[in-house]
Design a protein around this ligand. Structure first.
Ligand code: GRF
Length: 202
């Protein structure tokens, strides 16, 4: 099951996918890792695992459209069944999102539809939420608004900081993101009309 992973930073979610596929828990082939930042540590993780990498610096493009067109060409060279956004910090154009409709996933650090966008951990604390978490969802043109596949939550302690909460949420990401990818790779999830349906075996 060929996938391509897009990153901008540390790539710990990428690492979780690499580890699970090496351990035989996840039957996917990561065909390429693409970063918009040359110094993303995730590129080192990919190289260490023998995965081809690309860097596409968004600053060298005149427009979002031009960047996304080039990105799409690189991705499609690898004919992935699924495109995985793993800490890819770029807003996508509508035509890019539409091109991968039903075959592109993102992980967002909040219990969507709460706290779309950035600084989710601090915002959850400030809003005096009792719990917070992470969502894996299909990507739609609207930011952090596509159909949710799976969420995991954690309590917010009374002395919680954005840093401590981020750490807890991150470790949940590493569990549920590979799981969502596994379900898709095993054809246990279908995406139709903007909605997710699950195989009864899940
Ligand atoms: C995660 O917090 C994820 O929720 C957000 O970006 C971060 C990526 O972390 N979308 P990593 O690069 O996978 O370590």
């Amino acid at each position: 099951f060929p996938i391509v992973v897009l990153i901008s930073g540390s790539g710990s979610n990428l690492q979780a996918l690499i580890d699970q596929s090496l351990q035989g828990q996840l039957d996917v082939k990561i065909r390429a890792v693409i970063s918009n930042k040359a110094d993303a540590y995730g590129l080192e993780r990919a190289k260490a695992a023998g995965i081809p990498t690309h860097t596409l610096n968004h600053r060298l493009f005149d427009s979002r459209e031009a960047f996304d067109t080039e990105l799409q060409q690189i991705i499609d060279q690898y004919s992935p069944k699924l495109v995985i956004l793993a800490g890819f910090m770029r807003i996508l154009t509508e035509s890019f999102a539409r091109h991968y409709e039903g075959r592109m996933l993102n992980v967002h650090p909040s219990l969507l539809p709460k706290f779309k966008g950035l600084n989710t951990h601090q915002r959850a604390i400030d809003a005096k939420e009792n719990e917070h978490g992470v969502s894996v969802h299909f990507v739609s043109a609207e930011l952090d608004a596509g159909a949710v596949i799976i969420q995991a939550s954690t309590d917010i302690a009374h002395d919680e900081t954005a840093e401590s909460l981020a750490k807890k949420v991150h470790s949940l990401e590493h569990i549920i993101y590979p799981l969502a990818v596994k379900w898709l790779s095993e054809d246990r999830i279908t995406f139709h009309d903007g909605k997710v349906s699950f195989d009864q075996k899940i």
